[in-house]
Design a binder for this molecule. Structure first.
Ligand SMILES: [Cu+2]
Length: 135
């Protein structure tokens, strides 16, 4: 009985560790691309592009990224410039550290708490760039 209790408490402490780790991240991912309940600005990903090159959002908002195909993507601070991947994080940009985006999922980035122009890119796909303009 005591052993069982101990096991359960260890299990729960492990679980809460996982939850804390998720909470500190700047992105959250859900497993199905059901866009019905999304509030706020959203951008879509196709096979190897963002479906628009830039999006304007308000200061304090998060950006929802919807993956519309089964392709995997990665989102990070940086840009493709002249066919070269250039990781870079502007001052004030939320840290977007190689966030894996599986196919047909919804990922939230941010919040973007500083006004400015921030570049995000997908290192997996040539010239897959997104400019986020925070106003
Ligand atoms: Cu990509």
């Amino acid at each position: 009985m005591l052993k069982k209790l101990l096991f359960v408490s260890i299990l729960f402490s492990g679980l809460s560790l996982v939850l804390v780790a998720c909470g500190s991240s700047t992105a959250s991912t859900s497993s199905t691309a059901n866009t019905a309940n999304i509030s706020g600005p959203q951008i879509h990903m196709g096979k190897n592009t963002f479906t628009q090159a830039s999006i304007a959002i308000k200061k304090g908002e998060s950006l929802t990224v919807v993956s519309d195909t089964s392709n995997q993507h990665v989102i990070a601070n940086g840009t493709w410039e002249n066919d070269t991947a250039k990781p870079a994080r502007e001052p004030g940009a939320p840290a977007v550290k190689d966030i894996k985006v599986e196919g047909n999922t919804i990922t939230k980035l941010g919040p973007f708490t500083t006004a400015g122009t921030f570049k995000l890119y997908c290192p997996l796909h040539h010239n897959m760039n997104l400019t986020v303009i925070v106003q």
